[in-house]
Design a protein around this ligand. Structure first.
Ligand SMILES: [Zn+2]
Length: 516
């Protein structure tokens, strides 16, 4: 078993409770100088003065060591700015001023004499992408199951590998998945973490996320064993250990890492137990529902009979829910996450994009499993876009005189940003480039052969761009990627960690480690 220094004991490093970044918080004087944004930014200041809840270690990879944060302001200058804030609109050319962790202004021709300039010419400047469901512990099992079904996934990934994961494997998996997310423009991600075979596994997952510098919702889930019946296991503390997590790591929500409960795919009594443990510590809930034949069990009707459905829950997949269940989601004000690529690959059922829209629900998007799905979030946007259009065209061709409207690329981009923020419980902090929100910003290169010359910015992002267009990434005002390279990441160390974890895991799981 690997052991990591307790984050609680590593608590005297500089750490901003307002944003979770590893710098001192913005001073009151600096804050008062930010002008236009002062009214909206005030709550962030108050939070910055509170005691940090999640003490972080200095990152061994050095991720995010470049400028930004609470030093000099950053002025992102001369980009094509998509704020995705409907009140603010977009700008053919504008600047974004970042002070500390916060966006303090978005408009053309900002001058800030003491600011460090990030040249944004030939880029689209927009909010970071938001993933609402990824099993990040599987970051060392990428592409292990490209041809597999859902049943294969349960047998191979969960019951064969998951049952044998060590805490060190969890740490490396989470670290890889998180750095991969940042690299592809995802600045906020929900880690749907169901690998908590012991509390050491839990601490290791949180350590990997914290070290990466990503903004994450850590969704605490069940352990894995060979039978899939986790409730028969010994040594795990699910779900009650969430009380320790709230106290030890997440006593404030004003930090980069926030807490949720990943409720199991199990009998309603076990799900209700999880829901209660979550709500006892005011954590949001995320749960897979409507998955394949198994998902036709009217689970939400059963949970509703127990008065367990509230707005604090995100329902994942929802492919085979009945209409009553859809109405329950809508009426309780809950959110959903569609992982359309995996749903088409592995037998979950048709991605319910139009179904959600018919019920007035705007979906968020998710990668789900890197064992079968690329970590490229642009792929998720394109998949929902093409599948919704396919469905509408099919209805028109079949003679439907009143078919639904086609999705637009702008709607899809909102699914990938502000709707993700909403499902992750962070819409007041991220999801648009609005002064007062946290500076989670990406710069996408437009002077590349896949998109030049630039004719339609939103169209370019959704239909043509990919991770190779991601030039610069800021999370809470900290520069995590610049000029197309992650900042301060020790790739030699990562390579060693990844290969060691892979060899150890395949040996422990008695799986031949051949790569061909
Ligand atoms: Zn999933």
């Amino acid at each position: 078993m690997a052991h990591f220094p307790s984050p609680a004991s590593a608590g005297n490093l500089c750490f901003c409770a307002a944003c979770g970044s590893r710098q001192p918080a913005m001073s009151r004087r600096q804050f008062l100088c930010t002008g236009a944004a002062s009214a909206v930014a005030a709550p962030a200041l108050a939070a910055a003065e509170s005691v940090p809840a999640l003490a972080q270690q200095a990152p061994a990879t050095g991720a995010g060591s470049a400028s930004g944060g609470a030093g000099r302001p950053l002025l992102i200058k001369g980009g094509l700015v998509l704020t995705l804030d409907r009140a603010l609109g977009d700008f053919e050319e504008a600047d974004v001023l970042v002070e500390g962790a916060t966006i303090s202004a978005v408009r053309p021709n900002i001058s800030a004499a003491n600011a460090e300039i990030i040249d944004a010419s030939n880029t689209i400047v927009m909010p970071g992408l938001v993933d609402t469901h990824r099993h990040m512990w599987q970051g060392i099992l990428r592409n292990v199951l490209p041809d597999g079904s859902l049943e294969d996934y349960r047998n191979v990934v969960q019951r064969t590998f998951g049952a044998k994961y060590t805490p060190e494997d969890v740490y490396v998996g989470d670290l890889f998945s998180a750095l991969g997310a940042i690299d592809t423009g995802v600045t906020c991600i929900l880690d749907w973490s169901h690998i908590h075979n012991t509390p050491d596994h839990t601490d290791a997952a949180i350590k990997g996320l914290a070290e990466s510098g990503v903004r994450a919702v850590f969704a605490y889930g069940n352990p894995q064993n060979e039978t899939g019946r986790y409730w028969e296991m010994r040594g795990h503390k699910y779900p009650d250990d969430i009380a320790r997590l709230r106290k030890q790591y997440f006593s404030s929500d004003d930090q980069l890492l926030t807490l949720a409960m990943a409720a199991p795919s199990a009998a309603p009594e076990l799900i209700l137990q999880s829901f209660k443990a979550a709500r006892d510590v005011a954590a949001r809930i995320t749960i897979h529902v409507g998955v394949g034949e198994f998902g036709r069990n009217a689970l939400l009707e059963k949970l509703d009979a127990e008065k367990a459905l509230r707005s604090d829950t995100t329902y994942i997949h929802c492919c085979t829910l009945n209409d009553t269940e859809w109405k329950l989601i809508r009426d309780t004000g809950a959110t959903i996450s569609i992982a359309s690529y995996v749903e088409t690959l592995m037998g979950h059922g048709d991605p319910p994009i139009q179904k959600a829209i018919d019920h007035g629900i705007r979906p968020s998007l998710s990668v789900d499993v890197e064992t079968s799905v690329p970590n490229d979030f642009f792929q998720q946007m394109r998949t929902v876009f093409s599948l919704q259009k396919k469905e509408v065209w099919a209805r028109r061709l079949a003679g439907d005189k009143n078919p639904p409207k086609f999705l637009t690329v702008r709607e899809v981009l909102e699914f990938a940003t502000i709707e993700g923020a909403r499902a992750n419980g962070l819409e007041r902090k991220i999801g648009t480039l609005t002064p007062g929100k946290q500076a989670d910003v990406i710069l996408l290169r437009t002077d590349r052969l896949n998109v030049m010359p630039m004719n339609n910015a939103v169209g370019a992002v959704v239909t043509s761009m990919g991770p190779h267009n991601v030039d610069t990434v800021l999370i809470a005002g900290k520069v995590m990627k610049r000029n197309g390279e992650l900042t301060g990441v020790d790739f030699a160390r990562l390579t060693r960690l990844g290969n060691e974890a892979r060899e150890r895991l395949f040996a422990n799981a008695k799986v031949p480690s051949s790569r061909v």
